[in-house]
Design a protein around this ligand. Structure first.
Ligand SMILES: [Mn+2]
Length: 445
């Protein structure tokens, strides 16, 4: 069967990224596409709660999209066993003129050797020579009835199914054989030839909830992007062919996904409606974020009904409580959990965000947060790392900063409350209230 299309959210996935992927894969599947939901990283505690609550399985974890041997159609060549005779190998080589070598497999389908046409020629020559010296009868029958085990090369250069194509090519260059067996968990699958490595089939992907290379899974340039469904700024990915894009300035990608489903006449299951509702709650902080639109509210209301949620507000608060990780995560996890990476000219920036429901606690933790953020920044090689600690109930953000240039932060966010710390009342949204002034200040620096 053809490889499925991955519907994939951004790295350091949040609830919207995971749920929009599940929802859109569901929609595509209903419309006949072979699409499956995927994720580019660990499931965070908030998303864990949502998926468990609605009993929806985790999307497939995708580490990278670099082409591997899985993306290549292997040659299905005949095999022989060690007990077969040289005669049977010769017969195969005569019948299949393109065949240059035959893998030798045991009764558990494990590759134990390989026998090439030059192995046969060498064997033949040696045997004839030996018999001539012994002045014995040069009988072809004796030579042909020799068993494969005595003639084959036991030192097989082969590959495993998950091997990256770039590694395979390098190994082929140094090994200099014509064909190589490929195995999966020790079992023989097929052969690859030097000549067939040039055109791997690219993994087809649909990106949801992001459109920037720096936020996408590794190897995105090697993949084939079919569609983008998103609600962020355009971030400069380019494609080889025309693609379908749905980009709307609404509160969550899941809002777009739900409406695409209704627009196309696809009925959402209660579980899918439930996780899409949860994702809207998460991304809009239950409609408190300035990214929220009427469209998000209407969509969430309709989804809540479809999902049979009796008290949407109560569930929303429970979801957000699972997302406030200040006391449940270690400091080093806290500064990494929800990172978006941006590049501006020669600068590499990261902006993380964690939610809290208690600002006093945040203020007490500030010194430790600053230390952990600076450690993260220098380890990961960012010029500037910001961490938004957003108090959902009060509707404010304490912005912690590490690195340079600090002057840019003053022009973007005003005077700091204390060094490396800005208090920003009314600020809840990274994409709408932090990134635009930051980019503006960087431009004018
Ligand atoms: Mn989102």
């Amino acid at each position: 069967m053809e490889k499925p299309i991955y519907v994939l959210g951004h790295r350091n996935p949040d609830t919207d990224s995971i749920c929009a992927a599940i929802g859109y894969a569901f929609l595509k599947k209903q419309l006949g596409a072979n699409a499956i939901p995927a994720r580019a990283g660990k499931i965070n505690p908030e998303t864990r709660f949502v998926l468990d609550y609605f009993q929806v399985p985790d999307p497939l974890l995708v580490h990278d999209l670099f082409p591997s041997l899985d993306d290549v159609t292997l040659l299905q060549t005949p095999t022989v066993t060690p007990e077969d005779t040289v005669r049977s190998v010769g017969k195969l080589l005569v019948e299949n003129r393109k065949l240059k070598s035959v893998p030798v497999v045991n009764n558990q389908n494990q590759v134990v050797g390989i026998i090439t046409s030059s192995d046969l020629a060498r064997h033949w020559y040696n045997e004839v020579l030996l018999r001539e010296q012994e002045r014995a009868d040069v009988s072809c029958g004796v030579i042909l009835n020799e068993i494969v085990a005595h003639v084959m090369t036991k030192d097989v250069v082969g590959f495993k199914l998950g091997d990256l194509l770039s590694d395979v090519k390098a190994k082929m260059l140094s090994a200099q054989f014509v064909s190589y067996p490929v195995t999966d968990r020790g079992r023989y699958l097929g052969m690859i030839d030097r000549g067939m490595m040039l055109e791997p089939s690219r993994q087809a992907v649909i990106l949801v909830d992001h459109n920037e290379r720096s936020q996408a899974v590794e190897g995105i340039d090697e993949a084939k992007i079919l569609e983008i469904i998103d609600h962020h700024r355009l971030g400069g990915l380019t494609t080889g062919s025309p693609i379908f894009i749905r980009q709307e300035p609404v509160g969550s990608t899941s809002t777009i996904v739900a409406n695409l489903a209704w627009h196309r006449g696809v009925t959402l299951t209660p579980a899918v409606a439930g996780i899409l509702f949860s994702a809207i709650v998460s991304d809009t902080l239950y409609f408190k974020s300035p990214t929220t639109t009427l469209f998000d509210r209407d969509t969430a209301e309709r989804l809540a009904k479809l999902a049979g949620i009796t008290d949407p507000e109560q569930l929303a608060m429970e979801i957000l409580r699972h997302g406030s990780l200040l006391t449940t995560l270690s400091l080093s996890d806290l500064v990494r959990i929800d990172i978006k990476e941006f590049e501006f000219q020669d600068l590499k920036l990261s902006v993380g965000q964690v939610n809290s429901m208690d600002r006093q606690q945040v203020l007490q933790m500030l010194p430790q947060l600053k230390g952990a953020l600076e450690k993260f920044r220098s380890q990961e090689g960012y010029n500037l790392s910001l961490l938004m600690v957003t108090d959902i109930l009060a509707g404010s953000t304490d912005l912690v900063a590490a690195g340079e240039p600090q002057a840019v932060l003053r022009s973007a966010f005003g005077e700091p409350a204390d060094p490396e710390h800005f208090y920003l009342p009314g600020v809840l949204s990274r994409k709408k209230q932090i990134i635009p002034p930051l980019m503006e200040a960087l431009k004018n620096r």
